[in-house]
Design a protein around this ligand. Structure first.
Ligand SMILES: Nc1ncnc2c1ncn2[C@@H]1O[C@H](COP(=O)(O)OP(=O)(O)OP(=O)(O)O)[C@@H](O)[C@H]1O
Ligand SMILES: [Mg+2]
Length: 158
């Protein structure tokens, strides 16, 4: 689907939030600056993180956690761990992402495509974002939670 403006991305995040259930793994896929953190923010707000609570990019902190009445939310960015000497799977184990998911946290992961088994197995939703212009993105949704979006194929309306 086409996200013509950041506001469309916010709206998609709210709709994704409504489709998620405890223990869901959401992979946010796409290159640097594609909008993964932007979308994660919208999902977290949709899950009840107050609008005035800052959702910072976990680029440096690796992982941020939020708790709302609806869910525990873990937002991780594995980019900096991909070159880790210990190996990505070991680093993910250190962060405890699989356990957090098993406990029912909704886990949103940037740069996690190469570590699905360390993240506890098949993602419930994969959102791929590709820049289509200065303010536009093409989003493709896959996985069980994508059913609510007509499969999220390009061309599907938001
Ligand atoms: N339609 C859109 N949806 C989302 N972001 C958009 C859109 N149009 C422009 N942007 C801008 O693109 C940037 C996306 O940055 P963001 O930090 O979300 O990228 P990222 O995919 O998380 O990158 P990184 O891999 O570096 O973490 C933001 O500055 C945002 O305002
Ligand atoms: Mg990011």
């Amino acid at each position: 689907m086409l996200l013509a403006t950041p506001e469309d991305t916010t709206r998609l995040g709210e709709r994704i939030a409504a489709a998620l259930t405890p223990g869901d793994l959401v992979l946010l896929s796409g290159g640097l600056g594609a909008g993964k953190t932007y979308l994660a923010r919208a999902i977290a707000h949709g899950l009840g993180v107050p609008e005035d609570e800052a959702i910072v990019s976990p680029t440096f902190t690796l992982m941020q956690e939020y708790t709302t009445h609806r869910a525990s939310i873990v937002h991780a960015d594995l980019y900096r761990l991909r070159e880790s000497a210990a190996g990505l799977d070991v680093e993910i184990a250190r962060l405890g992402l699989r356990e957090r998911r098993a406990e029912g946290a909704i886990v949103l992961v940037e740069w996690g495509e190469d570590a699905i088994s360390a993240l506890g197995g098949a993602p419930d939703l994969v959102v791929s974002l590709v820049p289509a212009g200065a303010t536009s993105r093409v989003a493709t949704l896959k996985g069980p939670r994508a059913a609510a979006f007509g499969g999220g194929e390009p061309g599907t309306s938001l």
